[in-house]
Design a protein. Sequence first.
Length: 115
Amino acid sequence: QVQPVESGGGLVRPGGSLRLSCAASGSIFSIDFMGWYRQAPGKQRELVATITRGGNTNYADSVKGRFTISRDNAKNTVYLQMNTLKPEDTAVYYCKQVGPGYAYWGQGTQVTVSS
């Protein structure tokens, strides 16, 4: 099954940092945008950040100024740098890859922010 692959989750203390990686599936030229979403227990999945083929970015208000989405086209990989993490950032983080006529989700990576 074709899907992007996430990595980099884990346990971190409040105020700490983590960097998530998402290796895209297929050619970078077939991708319109990629994004990070998260789902906390008992809550709906929500958008965290997206980046388009042209490099335009979009962030949820709750992460603006703390999270940064970026990409490395040579590695076909998108990153989410998460700084100043809070307990409410605890969730499973999913990568989404969107292109003409398709949308692929990764399996998710757990991020837990706790002292």
